[in-house]
Design a protein around this ligand. Structure first.
Ligand code: NAP
Length: 255
């Protein structure tokens, strides 16, 4: 039996990169998927690709920073599609300005990154809380190696703080919702080749090399590398796992 048969899974930031791969992988394993993204065209294309391959998929526009819109889309899905049992909080952005960079950039980075990467996770999770509790659902938050590290591979303090926050939120929610039968876990990707880091990979090969020098598997990841961990955490394969982070980083954090 497919791993996610009879599940309705919502994935944010599903038009591109990791979220798109997860939505596609979930549909392959029998889930009906709902792709949410700021990029409504990309999400619709991805949903169409899933349907063309025989899967069940819908897409809606959503900016995760807008709390009222998160509530509205959760109502729409409950009314038109069904009870959500899996939520993947994946939408995120990154900027790599140091804290000592131009003041305007530092302030804007902090506000934008926190609004999407951390407040967005809160907004969407809160909006889908009722169906997730009713279905004894699973929440998978996309954290990062930056949920732990900072110095070796420079990143903006805002991004690092947001991903520490995502891990803290994951653990707090796991502790609170365990008795409801809801499991909450995170994935910690290393360097994954997606549009998120396309520019830095092109303009700063030295940074990429620094990553690879500290990656035992010796390569950058692909979005598909995150699908297995996501399936594990969303399915009954991980029935006794909650409050955990599965690192999908080629071993980066181990050395
Ligand atoms: P990506 O290819 O850029 O995809 C992110 C998607 O999220 C895009 O479609 C983007 O739309 C969308 N998005 C941005 N802001 C949004 C908002 N306010 N509301 C809804 N959707 C929004 O990036 P990715 O690499 O797959 O990243 C996915 C997640 O993995 C992020 O949380 C990221 O921090 C995390 N992560 C990535 C890596 C990596 O190396 N790639 C490593 C660790 C963690 P637009 O294109 O229109 O902006």
């Amino acid at each position: 039996m497919p791993l996610l048969e009879n599940h309705l899974a919502v994935v944010t930031g599903a038009a591109s990169g990791i979220g798109r791969a997860i939505a596609t992988g979930f549909a392959r394993e029998g889930a009906r998927v709902v792709l949410l993204d700021l990029n409504v065209r990309g999400a619709a294309e991805a949903a169409q690709e899933i349907r063309d391959a025989g899967g069940k998929a819908d897409s809606f526009a959503l900016d995760v920073t807008r709390r009222e819109d998160c509530i509205a889309v959760a109502r729409k899905i409950a009314g038109e599609i069904g009870q959500v049992s899996v939520l993947v909080n994946n939408a995120g952005i990154n900027r790599r300005n140091a804290f000592t960079a131009d003041e305007g950039a530092v302030i804007k980075d902090w506000q934008d990154i926190m609004a999407i990467n951390l407040n967005g996770v809160f907004n969407v999770t809160h909006a889908f809380l009722k169906p997730l509790c009713a279905s004894k659902g699973r929440i998978v938050n996309i954290a990062s190696i930056q949920s732990f590290v900072h110095v070796r591979t420079p990143n903006s303090p805002a991004y690092t703080a947001s991903k520490h926050g995502v891990l803290g939120f994951t653990r707090a929610l796991a502790a609170e919702l365990g008795r409801e039968g809801v499991r909450v876990n995170a994935i910690g990707p290393g360097l994954i080749e997606t549009p998120l880091n396309e520019q830095v990979r092109t303009t700063n090969p030295q940074l990429v090399q620094t990553f690879l020098d500290h990656t035992p598997l010796g390569r950058a990841g692909k979005p598909e590398d995150i699908v297995g961990p996501a399936l594990f955490l969303a399915s009954d394969l991980s029935a006794y796992v909650t409050g955990s982070i599965v690192m999908a980083d080629g071993g980066y954090r181990t050395i």
